[in-house]
Write a protein that binds this ligand. Structure first.
Ligand code: FES
Length: 83
């Protein structure tokens, strides 16, 4: 049986199955924008999905520049868009 976990992204609560990456959980919840570009303020989401492009970077529990496509969502994580 798959465990359900809850985490927050930009102070909004999301629930997903254990084992999902943060990016996969957010996309599955129809939250496609993970951050905005520093120059131009353009929205970014998953591009490669395998840790190469860095389009999906977020801050996780206070640690900046984490690739959300590679990090498994854990209960109680606090995720925010990269600035
Ligand atoms: S989507 Fe490319 S590094 Fe995460």
């Amino acid at each position: 049986m798959t465990e359900r976990i809850t985490f927050t992204f930009n102070d909004k609560e999301f629930t997903c199955e254990s084992g999902q990456s943060i990016a996969a959980a957010l996309i599955a919840a129809d939250n496609r924008e993970l951050r905005k570009t520093r120059f131009g303020n353009e929205p970014r989401s998953i591009f490669c999905g395998i840790g190469i492009c860095f389009d999906c970077v977020v801050e996780i529990d206070g640690v900046a520049n984490q690739r959300s496509c590679l990090v498994e969502a854990k209960q109680g994580m606090k995720v925010v868009s990269a600035t």
